[in-house]
Write a protein of this length. Structure first.
Ligand code: FAD
Ligand code: SF4
Length: 331
């Protein structure tokens, strides 16, 4: 493992300035992803800055406008157990509880979770297979290699990886915001703009710049929040990343859908919103499964499966349908 030094700070301004001026410095929160990447030689920071003692970043609180603010240092287990989260946004609690293991969730922070990097085996492989995310310009081993777990939407010739976070899918469905403090002050990034598609620069997972510190995630009050569900399909029942997952949140008028939010995981380089399906689902009855299916299919016309993952096109539609029906049963 590459040698590194470790320091910590209690001052956010110091943390931001240190990160902005030193390209070899990385923030460390729970360390559950970063240390694995360092052991796999996928990243080589010389200096780690422990941000766990930064003040006010582990709270979960309601804002006067009804939004829920989740500090970036709040632990996954604490957020999953929070009564407001469970009652107002079950999709978030479920997205967290279906992730990793109890021990990991106790350690792992919300900021670190949405920053975690792909589980593409070539990227994590310390044999140094060609990987544009690991070594820009070296090629993509998965494009014509083993790509069963990879993307069916939004990929490029440079990278076909998927984003691994579960809770990010729920946050994308709810149109949450990532609150970031950087050298220029604080800004709020719409969740669906936070992660990037790979294009020709797959080494960049998200839109953060040097010196950017995630301080919180804000979830606006959403009428669909209470009737929501996260469904994750994986190769084994626990302690496994998603093959395909769906976050669904719905508001109804009787049994008729008045508004719906749908996002998928395991299908793209970022959480993938099913906007065409959302539009088509308005007015459809939750009891009309053929109507629900054909509305969901509207988001799959442009799916581009790879050699080993065509099954995901059908699987994803079934997972979206089941997630929607379960959310609907809570309405
Ligand atoms: C065996 C295993 C199984 C897992 N299974 C799942 C799963 O099923 N689903 C799932 O969603 N996740 C899963 N995970 C991933 C896990 O959820 C992440 O490792 C964890 O959430 C990362 O949080 P952390 O606080 O440990 O981040 P760290 O490892 O400390 O940091 C990760 C990255 O985020 C950056 N960072 C951290 N905090 C901030 C901040 N506030 N601002 C800016 N940058 C920051 C760090 O610099 C680093 O680049 C699994 C992990 C392991 C090891
Ligand atoms: S899919 Fe992306 S992460 Fe995986 S080998 Fe290709 S470039 Fe690397």
């Amino acid at each position: 493992m590459h040698p590194f030094s470790l320091s910590s700070t209690e001052d956010p301004a110091n943390a931001i300035a240190a990160h902005a001026r030193d390209s070899q410095l990385a923030f460390i929160a729970g360390g559950t992803d970063l240390l694995g990447l360092m052991k796999d030689r996928a990243t080589f920071p010389d200096r780690l800055l422990d941000i766990n003692r930064l003040p006010g970043m582990a709270h979960i609180e309601s804002r006067p406008d009804g939004a829920l603010r989740i500090g970036a240092l709040a632990r996954m287990s604490d957020v999953a157990a929070d009564l407001q989260v469970r009652q107002r946004f079950p999709v978030i609690a479920e997205g967290l509880l279906f992730a990793a293991s109890g021990q990991l969730r106790n350690m792992a922070s919300m900021g670190g979770n949405i920053m975690q990097r792909t589980r593409c085996a070539y990227f994590r492989d310390d044999d140094d297979a060609p990987c544009n995310k690991r070594r820009p310009g070296s090629g993509c081993s998965a494009l014509h290699g083993i790509n069963r777990n990879h993307a069916i939407f939004g990929w490029s010739e440079a990278c076909v990886a998927t984003h691994p976070s579960d809770v990010a899918v729920a946050l994308a469905a709810l149109d949450a915001f990532v609150i970031v403090r950087g050298m220029g002050g604080e800004r709020s990034i719409p969740f669906t703009d936070f992660h990037r598609l790979p294009g020709s620069t797959p080494e960049r997972d998200n839109v953060l710049e040097r010196g950017d510190l995630i301080v919180a995630i804000e979830v606006p009050a959403r009428p669909e929040g209470r009737a929501s569900h996260y469904l994750k399909v994986r190769d084994r029942q626990s302690y496994e990343f998603a093959l395909v997952s769906a976050a669904a949140a719905v508001a109804t008028n009787g049994r008729q859908i008045s508004s719906v939010r749908l996002a998928m995981g395991g299908v793209a380089h970022k959480p993938w919103r099913l906007s065409a399906a959302e539009a088509a689902l308005r007015g459809v009855s939750l009891d009309d499964s053929d109507g629900l299916k054909s509305a969901i299919a509207k988001s799959f016309g442009h799916a581009r499966p790879l050699a080993h993952n065509a099954f995901k096109v059908e699987l994803a539609q079934r997972v979206a349908l089941r997630a929607l029906q379960t959310a609907g049963a809570r309405a």
